[in-house]
Each structure stands twice: as C-alpha cells, then as structure tokens.
Design a protein around this ligand. Structure first.
Ligand SMILES: Cc1cc2nc3c(=O)[nH]c(=O)nc-3n(C[C@H](O)[C@H](O)[C@H](O)COP(=O)(O)OP(=O)(O)OC[C@H]3O[C@@H](n4cnc5c(N)ncnc54)[C@H](O)[C@@H]3O)c2cc1C
Length: 597
C-alpha cells in the first residue's frame, strides 16, 4: 500500500491504525447521502462510511430543486421528512429573457399529465412539484437520514489523500474531527465531494467546458416582495429567471420571508469589468426593471446561515469527467459533472447520478464475472456522459444562440427525440427536461422491457441468432466491430448495455441500439435513449417489419410472430412512429375517414 502525495501532511501527527469499510464516500451532500442510503437499503450488511468535512449544517448554493428528484427521495425513505420540513413547494419556473420582456412559464404538472398519464396516481402526485430549499437544512435532513439507516457518518473529518494498490484506489487518509490523521481502507472510494473533486486531482478526469465559464454572486433578502407573475404564491412558488444586459438573475423564495437572489455572468466579463462581482451584482440589480421594484423595503441578510457573510461568490464553470469510475473508485454529483445552473439541474444530476452509482455498485457486488463488472462500469460512465449531455446541450444552445424561446423548446424536443412520445409539443418537451422528468419515460419503458425475459448472449451468438438473415446474406462482409448495416432495415450499432430495475437496486443486462442514420442521433449530444435499449425479442420483431407500410400490417406481422399484445398497444407503437419520424421506416399515414352526414 502506498500513500499518494498531493495535500498529504503527516507532520508530527500520530497515525492511528487503519480502519476498514466496504465503501468510503467523501462528501455528505445530496450525492453522497443518496449513494450511502441506497447502498445501505439494499445491502444492509455492507459497511458504508461517509466522510463530511463540515461538522454541522453548512451553507450551500443550489436551492431550487426539480421534481425528478422526488422519486429518489422516496426510494431513500426521506421524502416525508423533506415534506415535513415545510420548504416552499415549487410548481415551476418563470422566465423573462432578452428583448421581449413578456414573462413565460413552465409548470411542472403540464408535462406531468402526459409524462405519467399511464402510471399510478401516487407517482404522478409526487412529481407535480418540488421544493425550494435552504440547503443547510435540506442536506442535514439527508445526512441524518443516512445515519438513521445505518451509514457510519464522520462529521468534521476531511479526506486528505488516496491510498493506492497499484492502479487501484484502496482507501483514503483523513484528518478526523479530533485533528488526528488516520487511514481507512476500502474496496471502493466514492468521490461525492462536489466541485472540490477530491479524486479529480489524482486521476486528471475533469475537463472544463470552454463555452460555459460563468461566475455567480448571490445574497439573501428579507421583506422582499412576492409578485404572483414571477414568484407564484407563498404556498406554490416558482423560480424566477430574469436576464439583464450582462447576465441573468435567479429569484428563489426559500422561505416565507427569505429570497435568494443570484446573478450569473460570464467570468471573463466579470474579470474585465474590474469592478468585482459584488459591485457588478448591485449595479445590475438596480438596473433590473423586474426585480429591483420588489426590493423596495427589502433587507439584505447580514450573517446568512452563521457564515458571517452577507454576499457569496461561486465559480460556475461547467465541466464533465472523461470517466466517472475506475479501479476502486467512482464519482457522482458535482464531483463527476457540473452543468451551468440555468435549468437548476445540479441537485437532480447529483441525486440521480448517485442512485445510478448505487445500483451499479450493488450489481457489481453480486456479479460473478470480470466481463460483467467491466460492462457495469462502462455503462455507468456512459450514463453520466449521456444524462448530463442533455443539460449541456440546452445550456450551450441558450448561451450561444439568439435566445429565442421557441427555438429553445424545439431544441428540447430535438435532443430528446426518440426519448419522448412523438406527439409531445416542443414546449412540453422543454418542461419535461427542465423538470427532470424525462427519465420517467425511460422508467416506464424499462418497466415494460423488464417484463420480458433476458439472457445475456455473447456478441457472436447475438448476431448469429437475432440478426441471422442479415449475416448470412452478407457472408463476405463480416461484422466490423459491433457496427453492422442490416440489409433489411437501417444502419444501427448494437452494444451490450444495462438498465436499472428501479425499486430493486439492480441493473439488468440488455442491448442498446444506436440508430446511425439520422444526424441527430449521431451527434455528440446524442442522449441516453431508452427506446434504443431493446430486448432481443423486440429486436427480432422490428427486424421483421421490413417492407410493411401500415400499422395494421405491422400488427399482423407482429401477431404472426407471437409478439405480446402490450408491445403493440402502447410503447411499441410509439417506438415505431418514432422510427418513421426519423425516416427509418416508411409508414403511410392512414387517412381518417370522417362521415359527412
Ligand atoms: C451558481 C450556482 C447555482 C446553482 N443553482 C442550483 C439550483 O438552483 N438548483 C440545483 O439543483 N442546483 C444548483 N446548483 C448546483 C448544486 O449546487 C450542486 O449541483 C449540488 O449541490 C451537488 O451536490 P453534491 O452532493 O454533488 O455536492 P455538494 O452539495 O457540493 O456536497 C459535497 C460535500 O462534500 C464535502 N466535502 C468536500 N470536500 C471534502 C473532503 N475533502 N473531505 C470531506 N468532505 C468533503 C463538502 O463539505 C460538501 O458537504 C448551482 C450551482 C451553482 C454553482
């Protein structure tokens, strides 16, 4: 075992004997607590340790949450505690942007109606609204809950360095609350340390997005006014996003009489101005016609959350990790990826990324084969890249274009393409992505797929059995890598993949299909698309529909192949429509006959 250098000070401090754990999680924010709680829930025998450097509740930015988080809170068993804390309910967002100062809004339940029309009522209710939170309280609720679930939490302890065995991370050294430096060895180290990125300095994984280098200044106000058009009611709040000439403000009610107001601007602009972000903040605030009048009688909070500060500055440089896991380690939340806060996606990515990390690790612990485990972690890296890519694409488009609202909505539809039902409007697609609900389509679809029986075939078996006709028809051509151009359908790439079985804490093996034909599906921003994960059964079905021209022909063909009814009734049909939309299948629209009498 070797001790790595950066940041290590053994000094005169006494080294205590090493402790052991199954996993050490560095950071007790939303990512760390989600990972810890879910691991403990599904594998109570595992020793899960969270190291949190703050000894008590701590101030943090990131107050406006998305409803997509709620089901994760439910799975963790902490949703009711969050409700009981009485945070303002958040029902959507209001934007005033650019020259057109007419406010427009996105209300979560508008997306929800369609998104979850066929799911149980309880789940729908849970994603109608989210919360706007004082993060010191919210994060404390999560951390206490993790403790209650049996997670070993060390507060006031700071992770200092990693321990390595060859290339594998095998533990950490830390400075405990008592000031002593000691080691904990573990099978895994999870970096959930937020923007600090405890592990990124050892693994050189972080890459900043060149186009999204912003800085934020923010403060808290009492006696600020509420205006229904911008903030909603006190019991049904909205986040208000308002542009100015040099950036944009957030206006977030985080309590009945407490508003968080932040200003985001280009880091270069803030630096060149020479005035400093604080001065720039107040200068822009006074010029903001929508927000300034609301602050007529407002008082800036002097010592917020016991920090002794009345103003906060936060680097807001978006970044991603070239890998979110490696031998003996994984990263989740801000430690893995951070996307500009324009869509308030940070906490969502933290909760959902950590949920995925938990599912991956739980399956790793039961997976007997090396190749199966490698597939799990490759898939975890993919998930991180693809899930955050949606938000990167939205932010890049917003900052880089003319900020035309309708185009932004269109972009939301484009980047989710096959992911959402074809009939969804651009606007609903936007609401869906900005409320963190798009993955619920994945979820519904996954649940359908999981009713099917899965066997993980080897690649060769897969091609031979499932794509038999094609391979035989092109004997000389072979299969270049895992890319293949079937004679009968369209260019696809087939690869092994995994899908989570929500509520069970396991990942199931599946096949992922990438359609290569449409440019949108091939772009860098191509998103995690559940409809491209199909069971061999489904693949066989679509492979047999070459030449058919109408849905009724598809139905007949499916019936002759014994395809289950539910495939055709719901999602399968939507999937086929999707293919038609992408030009993959040619379907003749059925003319509707209406009686004139
Ligand atoms: C300007 C700005 C505005 C934002 N607005 C929003 C918003 O409105 N909505 C939203 O959802 N998100 C927002 N975010 C993003 C949000 O703040 C983060 O995405 C979210 O907090 C990530 O959670 P996390 O658990 O990954 O990290 P964190 O919440 O940062 O938690 C990391 C924890 O690790 C601990 N830690 C760090 N280093 C060590 C160490 N060496 N040893 C021990 N402990 C350590 C820290 O003390 C901390 O408690 C915003 C971000 C910025 C920059």
């Amino acid at each position: 075992m070797t001790l790595s250098r950066p940041g290590m000070e053994r000094g005169g401090l006494e080294m205590a004997r090493a402790d052991r754990a199954d996993i050490i999680i560095v950071g007790g924010g939303p990512a760390g607590t989600t990972l810890a709680t879910l691991l403990k829930k599904y594998a109570p025998q595992r020793d899960v340790v969270v190291i949190e450097k703050c000894s008590g509740p701590r101030h943090h930015v990131g107050e406006s949450l998305q409803p997509g988080i709620n089901p994760v809170l439910k799975e963790m068993g902490v949703y009711d505690d969050v409700v009981r804390a009485g945070f303002p309910r958040k029902i959507g967002a209001v934007f005033v942007w650019g020259k057109n100062r007419k406010p427009w809004q996105n209300i979560f339940k508008d997306a929800n109606k369609k998104a979850l029309a066929d799911s149980e009522a309880e789940r729908a209710a849970v994603v109608n609204a989210s919360f706007q939170v004082r993060r010191s309280r919210y994060d404390e609720i999560l951390l206490r809950h993790a403790e209650k679930c049996g997670v070993r939490v060390e507060r006031g302890a700071q992770a200092l360095t990693i321990l390595e065995e060859g290339r594998r991370i095998a533990g950490i050294s830390l400075r405990g609350a008592d000031g002593r430096i000691r080691e904990i060895r573990s099978e895994f180290v999870a970096d959930c340390s937020g923007q600090n990125g405890f592990l990124s300095k050892y693994r050189d994984i972080r890459k900043h997005h060149p186009g999204l280098k912003n800085v934020a200044g923010f403060a808290y106000f009492k006696k600020a006014q509420w205006k229904f058009r911008y903030t909603g009611y006190k019991y049904e709040t909205k986040i208000f996003i308002c542009s100015t000439a040099h950036g944009w403000f957030w206006y977030i009610p985080i309590d009945q009489d407490l508003i968080s107001i932040g200003f985001v601007t280009n880091a270069e602009h803030a630096r060149k101005g020479g005035a400093g972000i604080r001065e720039l903040y107040f200068r822009e605030l006074r010029k903001c016609k929508e927000i300034w009048p609301l602050l007529k009688n407002a008082e800036q909070v002097r010592d917020f959350d016991g920090t002794g500060q009345d103003f906060f500055i936060q680097n807001d440089w978006s970044y991603f990790s070239v890998a979110a896991s490696g031998p003996g380690w994984l990263a989740a939340g801000d430690a893995a990826v951070f996307v500009d806060p324009i869509l308030s996606s940070g906490a969502l990515l933290a909760h959902l990324g950590a949920q995925r990390a938990a599912y991956t690790l739980l399956t790793h612990w039961t997976e007997p084969t090396e190749s199966g485990r490698a597939l799990l972690w490759r898939d975890y890296n993919e998930f991180n890249r693809e899930f955050s890519a949606r938000f990167f694409a939205m932010a890049v488009f917003w900052y880089g274009n003319d900020r035309n609202t309708a185009k932004w909505w269109r972009k939301a539809k484009d980047i989710q393409r096959a992911h959402l039902p074809v009939s969804l409007s651009d606007r609903t697609a936007f609401i869906t992505i900005s409320s963190g609900l798009s993955q619920y389509y994945d979820r519904l679809h996954h649940e359908d797929l999981l009713k099917e029986e899965y066997t993980l075939l080897s690649d060769q078996d897969f091609y031979r059995d499932v794509l038999k006709g094609d391979v035989e028809a092109n004997p000389g051509r072979g299969i270049p890598g895992d890319r293949l151009v079937p004679r009968f359908l369209f260019p696809i790439q087939v690869e092994p993949a995994l899908m989570p079985f929500y509520g069970k804490g396991v990942m199931h093996t599946a096949r992922r299909i990438r359609f290569l034909k449409h440019p949108a599906t091939d772009a860098l921003e191509d998103v995690f698309n559940p409809r491209r994960i199909v069971s061999p059964h489904h693949l066989e079905f679509i492979s047999g529909i070459d030449g058919v021209r109408t849905f009724s022909e598809i139905r007949q063909r499916a019936a002759s192949r014994g395809v289950p009814e539910h495939w055709l009734r719901d999602r399968s049909l939507a999937f086929l429509k999707e293919l038609a939309l992408q030009g993959v299948l040619k379907l003749r629209a059925k003319t509707r006959r209406t009686s004139r009498r």
